[in-house]
Design a binder for this molecule. Structure first.
Ligand code: FNR
Length: 352
């Protein structure tokens, strides 16, 4: 049953969640300039790209819907999004497209958050008409299409046919009446993939890299034999993807393994237009309900502004002038892919 799978994903994502674990965001460190600071009053989180007003450079990424329990989670996520003003994505709406009786477990995202930025979510086998139905149900401001070949491969009941995904994305972009974002679910988008997405006309590529929620591990633990353990480290990390695709010219979102406000600032500095969080916020909302998530997001936004003040960045876009060092495995990845790490040794913004 699809609704059982949705409940499994929530349970296993939280069971496997490691709040303090290391990931490749730790390979990105800022050069500290003791005189770079500006006045907090001059910092704004206002975020705009691809003709979209996004509000703040953060969002709650796609997670769930399709069962009673996940409908309740969506209600709580929507309340937190409404109270904090962060955009919010639905989980995959395949359950609704297969069984209309699950509609309310998704439409609650809009009912609780009538004026917020809400994103519908479908897979890359969805027809244009189905994609538009998903958008219409949520009166969505944008549509995400998720790419998840690794997850489908390890999932016992997963798809095994992927060749038609590219042409289908192109059809959906041409056929729906909202901007289309394409995302990975934690294995990353390569530079080559982002280039193809750009040719298809998508508005944003959400790199959805390795380092946080791991769907190879989650699906493997749903297999009787657990025989796909070797797939555990598959894919590129989120900072690696941002560096890899930075020259393509398509707006990028950073998601996958974002643990705290410093990771958000790191993602923006490496060129992301906004940063998405799934697993970390899911754990908070399950432990403490919508109020705990409201407190967490409010604190994060406050701390993002504090870090920008210290770094001398008036806007999220200004962060792209801040100087970082790239170390460890991430530096080795850059060497292998011909990425010039010295590009990120930039002069800090002079105080006027
Ligand atoms: C997800 N994710 C996801 N993504 C998607 O596009 N459609 C979906 O239905 C789901 N479902 C889902 C369920 C649960 C319980 C989690 C935790 C996540 C993937 C999510 O949007 C994100 O890409 C990854 O989780 C990586 O980000 P984090 O969790 O490391 O912040």
């Amino acid at each position: 049953m699809i609704s059982d799978r949705k409940d499994d994903h929530v349970r296993l994502a939280v069971e496997h969640h490691q709040s303090g674990g290391r990931n490749e965001f730790d390979d990105v460190t800022f050069i500290h300039h003791a005189l770079a600071g500006i006045d907090r009053a001059d910092v704004s989180l206002n975020t705009r790209f691809a003709d979209i007003d996004w509000g703040v450079p953060l969002y709650i990424n796609a997670m769930t819907g399709g069962s009673d329990r996940t409908g309740d989670i969506n209600r709580d996520l929507a309340i937190a999004a409404r109270e904090t003003g962060v955009p919010l994505a639905s989980g995959s709406m395949s359950p609704f497209l297969k069984d209309v009786s699950t509609a309310n477990t998704f439409s609650v995202l809009r009912d609780q958050n009538p004026d917020g930025f809400v994103i519908a979510n479908v897979n890359a086998t969805t027809t244009v008409a189905q994609a538009q139905r998903a958008v219409d149900l949520l009166r969505a401001d944008a549509l995400q299409i998720h790419l998840n070949t690794v997850q489908e491969t390890v999932m016992p009941e997963g798809d095994r046919s992927f060749a038609a995904w590219g042409p289908r994305i192109e059809e959906i972009v041409a056929g729906v009446d909202v901007p289309v974002f394409v995302k990975e679910v934690g294995f990353g988008l390569s530079r080559e993939t982002v280039r193809r997405l750009s040719k298809f006309g998508v508005s944003v590529a959400d790199v959805g890299g390795r380092g946080g929620t791991n769907f190879a591990r989650i699906e493997n633990s749903r297999r009787a034999g657990g025989d796909y353990a070797f797939a555990d480290g598959w894919g590129q990390s989120t900072p690696a993807c941002l560096l890899d695709a930075s020259d393509v010219g398509l707006p990028l979102f950073a998601s996958g393994g974002v643990r705290h406000p410093l990771d958000v600032v790191r993602g923006l500095t490496l060129g992301a237009s906004a940063v998405g969080v799934a697993g970390t916020f899911l754990k908070t909302v399950l432990d403490g309900g919508p109020n705990a998530l409201i407190t967490q997001i409010t604190t994060w936004l406050d701390q993002i502004e504090s870090i920008m003040t210290m770094l001398g960045a008036r806007t999220p876009a200004d962060l792209s002038h801040c100087e970082v060092r790239i170390r460890g495995d991430l530096r080795e990845f850059c060497t292998d892919r011909g990425i010039d790490v010295y590009r990120f040794a930039r002069p800090f913004l002079p105080v006027p």
